[in-house]
Design a binder for this molecule. Structure first.
Ligand SMILES: O=C(O)CCC(=O)C(=O)O
Length: 335
């Protein structure tokens, strides 16, 4: 068995056989460097990945600014007049948000790094720094098998140190994904990530993890692994903007769920059926469509359809055959 096939339920970049994989020719040179960074540090920076960012950022601001300012409703939970600090799933009404989330080269890269097909399922847009406490996304979006999730953060403008940049703790992705009971809570629908925060802070201290801050240029992207601790630095310059987009990606062939709302011993799993942003379909429906497509014969006719066509042909033939002796005898009697 190769490093690629053994432990197929572990993302390639987190495989214990990563070294063997990296020394094979599975990755090209550029991918190998990104994969190695993700493997060791749990994040990888893609400088200038979005080359058309100036134009995209301009369009995105035009789409989202009125909603951030409360002048326009996004049709979600933000009534008119309420300024918002983050916009979830703006891909539903902004083509540019969707374009950034579904950038084909990014999806192809993530799929290669993880060894399964990636799909974007959630977007978050920020006009200013989030100032969020350090956290792991694994308590919100998780998968079985675990860790088939990642986030990609994209700078829509240059981000200075005083504008509340993204921060993260290299190496923290290798920590266990602690569940609610381990931190002394029973999972529930009302719980939120603040119950984990003291544990994460203590883990940072106990493991001597050092914070890094992403002073990004517009168009830079940063991939973080499922369990990497990350957050947002305080905004030191009042009013500073920090236009950015986070897209969360899952990978096909998993079960998806929210761990902090799942109580396995009460047989309660808060399952998710994430929407593949690219197709607009929940992943379960997308898989059904894929399976149906896989049953086609390459001419666009599904096997079921072909079978149906065959059956209709047999019926016609039977009808003709039923009449045939009569027709033949009539013909013979005429001649
Ligand atoms: O952009 C940031 O400041 C952090 C975003 C974040 O933590 C997340 O999307 O999970």
């Amino acid at each position: 068995m190769t490093a690629q096939t053994i432990l197929s339920g572990v993302p390639l970049i987190e495989s214990p056989f990563f070294k063997e994989l990296a020394s094979s020719n599975y990755f090209d040179e550029h991918e190998a460097q990104i994969a190695a960074e993700l493997n060791v540090y749990g994040f990888a920076v893609l400088p200038g990945f979005f080359s058309d960012i100036a134009q995209q950022a301009q369009q995105l601001r035009q789409d989202l600014e009125p909603i951030f300012n409360g002048e326009q409703s996004s049709g979600r939970s933000h009534p008119l007049g309420t300024p918002v600090d983050r916009l979830q799933d703006a891909f539903k009404f902004s083509h540019t948000v969707k374009q950034i989330a579904c950038e084909p080269q990014l999806i192809a890269l993530l799929s290669k790094l993880y060894g399964r097909q990636a799909f974007a399922f959630q977007t978050l847009n920020f006009k200013q720094g989030s100032q969020q406490a350090a956290h792991s996304d694994s308590v919100h979006f998780h998968s079985a098998p675990e860790r088939f999730m990642c986030g990609v953060w994209v700078a829509l403008e240059d981000v200075e140190l005083d504008a509340g940049p993204l921060c993260y703790y290299p190496g923290s992705h290798t920590l266990p994904v602690y569940d609610c009971r381990q931190i002394g809570f029973t999972p529930s629908d009302t719980i939120n990530q603040t119950v984990y925060e003291p544990t994460w802070n203590k883990l940072i201290e106990a493991h001597g993890l050092h914070k890094k801050v992403f002073v990004a240029r517009a168009g830079d992207a940063l991939i973080w692994a499922a369990n990497l601790l990350h957050g947002g630095e305080p905004i030191m310059r009042p009013g500073a903007t920090r236009w950015s987009q986070v897209t969360h990606y899952y990978f096909e062939g998993c079960e998806y769920y929210t761990p902090m709302q799942s109580d396995l011993f009460a047989a309660k799993i808060a399952k998710r059926d994430p929407v593949n942003i690219a197709t607009g379909l929940p992943i379960s429906k997308g898989l059904e469509a894929k399976q149906a497509a896989a049953q086609t014969d390459g001419t666009g006719v599904s096997r079921g359809g072909l079978r149906g066509f065959g059956n209709r042909l047999i019926k016609v033939f039977n009808l003709i055959a039923k009449d045939l002796p009569v027709k033949v005898s009539k013909y013979l009697s005429r001649s």
